[in-house]
Design a protein around this ligand. Structure first.
Ligand code: PLP
Length: 387
């Protein structure tokens, strides 16, 4: 990278650790390093901090602290939910998911398909909204596990969880939601919304990488996925990652305290960025702009490769991302963009900007100043542009 400046607009990939989170974690690397499972006072002191963090995280989603299992990441939480519930239900159960899920959900679902389960991947429409009629049809006729995301990591599109829960519950299904991108960005109240399981990840809300959690509603039957000691009430073996758990607790507290103000401010910045970039020729927004995370914008610049734009932006110190996966030398549009039926000419130019509470007006000014000339230059070189 030749630029000195860092404008970080890739917060759906990961976020920086909040200073308050870092401060809170430090004593647990130095003075308070006991094992929370130990009987002695030193372990007990640490265990109290783990439980305090559990309470803070539970408060963010209005859960009972006993319903929170700490894990190592969002992927583990998703895997734990799907493996645990599918094993409990047995192979006569259907597993229902959507085509736009994260690989941490699609992967385990497809694993069970290979092992004889009937797995249904629901379609989405042109703006990335779930086909609820297809869900209604899929849930009837026998036990089912439904795993659909709360908010999409690439487009920010928010699924109508209330309606989804109603449909799944009326058919007696088990509902898991991958809320990795929703927790900390959207108000969530599991007392009002009958989800059975909900996955979240620390590094998406200014806690460190390597910590996550799974909410499991009391009474939900879930086979233990990580067998070991009696930690997490016997639901996940392995000595707890105490510093990171403490960090996640503080991150949850910060999110709960500042969510409303931050959402308004971040959405304003995102909208200004988006409006400014829509002035570029053949620019479009992908996804349902009426039901979208306040921090996310997925845009396409037709006839230009997203990767080429990202490469130039990176050189200017601007971090964004594309949903494309680079495999065997060919640049494929992401499965999310493809599932939405975004035209080929636009799908290849899709770019995700995702903001956080640490972005400023100056960041947006900088991108609006630097990016249009990059787009213009790449368009001039594109073999597909005739005008
Ligand atoms: N689910 C979604 C929607 C995500 O965006 C991510 C991470 O990008 C994950 C799951 C996986 O989370 P983690 O990186 O903590 O494993």
């Amino acid at each position: 990278m030749s630029a000195q400046r860092l404008v970080y607009l890739d917060n759906n990939a990961t976020t920086c650790i909040a200073p308050e989170v870092r401060e809170a974690m430090l004593p647990f690397f130095q003075e308070l390093w006991g094992n929370p499972s130990s009987m002695h006072f030193f372990g007990g002191q640490v265990a109290r901090h783990v439980e305090a963090a559990r309470e803070k995280l539970a408060a963010l989603i209005h859960a009972d602290p006993a319903e929170i299992i700490f894990t190592s990441c969002g992927s583990e939480s998703d895997n734990m939910a799907i493996y645990g519930a599918a094993e409990t239900l047995g192979p006569s159960a259907k597993i229902i998911t959507s085509r736009v899920e994260h690989p941490a959900v699609l992967g385990p679902c497809r694993h069970f398909r290979e092992h004889g389960y009937h797995v249904i991947e629901l379609p989405v429409d042109g703006v990335g909204q779930l086909d609820l009629a297809a869900l209604r049809e899929a849930v009837y006729g026998g036990p089912s596990l439904v795993s659909v995301m709360w908010a999409n990591n690439e487009t920010g599109v928010i699924f109508p969880m209330e309606e989804i829960a109603k449909i799944v519950k009326s058919a007696g299904g088990i509902l898991h939601t991958d809320a990795v991108q929703a927790v900390g960005k959207l108000p969530i109240d599991v007392r009002k919304l009958p989800v059975d399981m909900l996955a979240l990840s620390g590094h998406k809300l200014h806690a460190p990488k390597g910590i996550g959690a799974l909410y499991v509603r009391r009474g939900t039957r879930l086979k233990t996925y990580l067998i070991g000691g009696h930690q997490e009430h016997g639901r996940r073996g392995g000595t707890e990652n105490v510093p990171y758990i403490v960090g996640l607790g503080v991150a949850a507290e910060l999110a709960a305290r500042h969510m409303d103000d931050e959402n308004t401010r971040v959405a304003k910045l995102r909208d200004r960025l988006e409006q400014g970039l829509l002035a570029c020729p053949d620019a479009r927004v992908n996804g349902d702009t009426r039901h979208r995370l306040p921090n996310t914008s997925n845009m396409s610049f037709e006839f230009i490769e997203g990767e080429a734009i990202l490469y130039h932006l990176s050189d200017l110190g601007i971090c964004a991302s594309s949903g494309s996966a680079c495999s065997s030398g060919s640049l494929e549009p992401s499965h999310v963009i493809r599932a939405m039926g975004v035209p080929f000419t636009a799908a290849h130019g899709s770019i995700r900007f995702s903001l956080s509470r640490y972005n400023t007006e100056a960041d947006v000014d900088y991108v609006l100043q630097q990016m249009p000339p990059v787009v213009a230059k790449l368009r001039a070189m594109s073999p597909f542009v005739t005008n």
